[in-house]
Design a protein around this ligand. Structure first.
Ligand SMILES: Nc1ncnc2c1ncn2[C@@H]1O[C@H](COP(=O)(O)OP(=O)(O)OP(=O)(O)O)[C@@H](O)[C@H]1O
Ligand SMILES: [Mg+2]
Length: 635
């Protein structure tokens, strides 16, 4: 497996002659890169591939193009030897770690007798010739490299900026790459122990389903799993557009290419056999689906068959690794006919996939124990009287701060739109209109489906807004932060957030379509936030929320709404009644069986676990119809 000093990916190397013509090439779909050091402490990157002789290139005077690092791509230009190495299809997080090690080691390298050792000194040296693998970076090295990089010393590798491309010998140092010199290049918190276990299972290639209550970090973990898999063969999807944006993916429907799923199986196979769709189906090795609770079981079954037929492989999903995540206690699939609706776990396809199942228990969204306890009861639809009273009491709370009003969560989408439009109209003052610049104006609809960034945004002073980009973690200017428009400066909105006033500027969003084309939208990072629908809020963490649950119409809808809040203090529930909260019976059965199986797994030695689990389920008379076959559990 890759670590900080090694990387597996596709590698293309081109050597140019003095006239700038390529005179030698190396092209390896799966190559292995290693950072090594010789006896003179010079650093090299070594490329090995199954059928080619190893290539060692000294990392000296290099320029690194890393703009597309998040897509698993980068290039390293070795200026002195006129050679460029193109890396692609690298797991983005591994690529980031690899480049960081390279930058830190090169920058931190002591120059006395080190990287700058002359050829003469080397030849005269009687040290035995040998290469050794570079050790992982330490925090001391990071600090030393950061300090040195800010001074722009000779050994600092440069990101390839526009300026350098024009005049590579201008001698001026490009700014050091902040991300690559940071203590933790992956800007998030470390995974907790349960999340790590799931991550490991996902990387072994097994089919995995992981669940857990709202806020246990399922989507967070999923983003990390996506970052650890090769992007060209990994399809990150979710059942809804908002959830897909949250993990930087596309909707499952967009991926499948069979329309809404109403077509017959034969017609669906025809649709998936069209040139664009078929390539995606054949290329895919890892299919990731977030918010699996909202995927209609019939659609899941259909795409499972389509996958086998298109890929001409009778293994479940035609041999694609499945990584599924979600909480079936949250919103069910949107179905016109409720009687025929089924959850994915009620299908034969689900059983065939023999999913290793995990449940995350540690809640990260809330850290208020009382609230977590209440939410756990709401989740299963059993709210004791004193908890119902506690929720009802929040109706009198004042949760507004600095003019930022609570976001109203509505059970119906139409209501949310009406509230936002009418509140904006009611404000006096000039209306400012911000129209997004799209890289391809004809594909604006596709960008709409892939981001929550509006094409047309109308604002006035006093408008309640939500931030749509991570600007600064330290000051709380993060995706989802709530604010109010204070004024306009040079035509751009100035927004008061909880702790900070911020003058917005245009930001860019890059989205990838199913066939790999990158589309860009440039817009101010805001959207109106007087109200959202509960369906659109699934998966989000919200700052300050208010709701009336009188009109909820789905099992789990009240749970989704309540669990968006981070604490009881930032929540206001108007007219709460315990009857507004209920769970679906099949879901309750599914989780009861799951818990029993998990419990039995813990008690019984490996090998006898499945039979014993079945026995327990039978003995307790639990309805196991919800699950056609026992799940495979991994301890
Ligand atoms: N290991 C972690 N350390 C710190 N914070 C974490 C960790 N995992 C998740 N979080 C934070 O917890 C919050 C909830 O995470 P996330 O949205 O992934 O939960 P979820 O299980 O997907 O919830 P939902 O079921 O509502 O979609 C986020 O703010 C996320 O950044
Ligand atoms: Mg989520």
């Amino acid at each position: 497996m890759d670590n900080e000093t090694t990387l597996s990916c596709t590698v293309n190397i081109e050597w140019l002659n003095p006239q700038g013509v390529v005179h030698r090439k190396l092209s390896e779909k799966t190559a292995f890169l290693r950072l090594i050091r010789n006896e003179a402490r010079q650093i090299f990157v070594e490329v090995t591939a199954p059928k080619a002789a190893p290539v060692k290139l000294q990392l000296k005077g290099i320029c690194v193009h890393k703009k597309f690092m998040n897509e698993g791509k980068a290039s390293i230009k070795f200026q002195e030897i006129r050679c460029t190495m193109f890396l692609s299809n690298a797991p983005p997080n591994h690529l980031l770690m690899f480049l960081r090690t390279m930058f830190v080691k090169m920058t931190g390298e002591k120059s006395v007798g080190g990287a700058n050792t002359s050829l003469r000194t080397q030849l005269l040296s009687n040290k035995p010739k040998q290469f050794e693998e570079i050790s992982p970076v330490t925090s001391v090295e990071v600090d030393r490299a950061r300090a040195k990089a800010s001074r722009g010393t000779d050994t600092t590798p440069s990101p390839l900026s526009k300026k350098r491309k024009l005049s590579p010998r201008d001698g001026e140092k490009a700014p050091a790459s902040k991300k690559l010199y940071s203590a933790s290049p992956i800007p998030d918190e470390p995974l907790d122990i349960e999340q790590k276990e799931v991550m490991e299972a996902c990387l072994t290639g097994r089919n995995v389903f992981f669940t857990g209550s709202a806020g246990t970090g399922k989507s967070y973990l999923l983003r990390r799993v996506i970052g650890a898999l090769p992007p060209d063969v990994t399809m990150a999807t979710a059942s809804t557009g908002v959830a897909a944006c949250h993990i930087g993916g596309i909707t499952l429907h967009q991926f499948a290419g069979i329309g809404g799923g109403e077509a017959t199986l034969e017609r669906s196979i025809e649709l998936a056999s069209r040139p664009g769709a078929v390539t995606i189906w054949r290329r895919c090795k890892h299919l990731i689906i977030d918010e699996i609770s909202m995927v209609d079981g019939s659609f899941f079954e259909k795409i499972e068959t389509v996958a086998r037929r298109i890929r001409r492989n009778e293994q479940p999903f035609g041999g694609i690794q499945l990584i599924l995540c979600g909480d079936f206690f949250q919103l069910p699939p949107v179905a016109k006919d409720k009687t025929s609706m089924k959850f994915c776990f009620q299908t034969e396809a689900w059983s065939r996939c023999r999913l290793s199942t995990y449940e995350l228990k540690r809640v990260h969204r809330q850290n208020d124990d009382e609230f977590i306890k209440i939410l756990n009861h709401v989740r299963i639809g059993r709210v004791p009287e004193e908890m119902a009273r506690r929720l009802a009491e929040t109706s009198r709370q004042k949760i507004e701060k600095n003019g930022i009003l609570a976001t109203r969560l509505c059970s119906h989408t139409g209501d949310a739109n009406v509230i936002n439009e009418s509140k904006l109209e009611a404000l006096s003052g000039e209306k400012f209109v911000f129209t997004a610049e799209d890289s391809d104006p004809h594909l604006g609809k596709q960008i709409d489906q892939r981001t929550t960034v509006p094409q047309k945004l109308e604002l006035k002073v006093g408008a309640q807004v939500m931030l749509l980009k991570n600007i600064s973690l330290a000051t709380g200017l993060v995706n989802g932060a709530r604010g109010v428009v204070k004024s306009f400066h040079d035509g751009l909105p100035v927004v008061q957030f909880r702790n900070k006033e911020y003058i917005t500027k245009h930001e860019r969003w890059h989205v990838k379509t199913a066939n790999g084309v990158t589309l860009t939208r440039k817009q101010v990072p805001l959207k109106l936030a007087w109200a959202f629908s509960i369906h659109k809020s699934q998966g989000l963490t919200l700052d300050c929320v208010e709701m009336s649950l009188g009109k909820v119409f789905e099992a789990g809808q009240a749970y989704v709404a309540l669990s968006r809040a981070q604490s009881l203090d930032t929540l206001r529930v108007l007219d709460f009644k315990a009857t507004q909260v209920w769970a679906n019976e099949s879901v309750l059965d599914f989780y009861r069986t799951l818990n029993l199986q998990m419990e039995s797994m813990r008690l019984i030695p490996l090998g006898r676990k499945e039979n014993k689990a079945k026995k327990i389920v039978r003995r307790l008379g639990i309805n196991s119809k919800a699950m056609n076959k026992p799940l495979v559990m991994i301890n």
